[in-house]
Ligand binder design. Structure first.
Ligand SMILES: [Zn+2]
Length: 53
């Protein structure tokens, strides 16, 4: 997963949950240390949401 903040390589945190019709996964960037969530619909990445803080 590419980091939406800096474009670096982000790895999955192992956290997964359901959000409406999306499957969400937690990621953390190894370059800028920002956390964000990836939202998947039907197995395809729909959008990412950076975590506040
Ligand atoms: Zn980053």
């Amino acid at each position: 997963m590419k980091c939406p903040v800096c474009g670096g390589e982000a790895s999955a945190t192992g956290k997964e949950w359901k959000f409406g019709q999306f499957d969400a996964k937690g990621y953390k960037c190894g370059s800028c240390a920002k956390s964000f969530s990836g939202y998947y619909k039907a197995g395809k990445l729909s959008h990412t949401v950076p975590k506040a803080k």
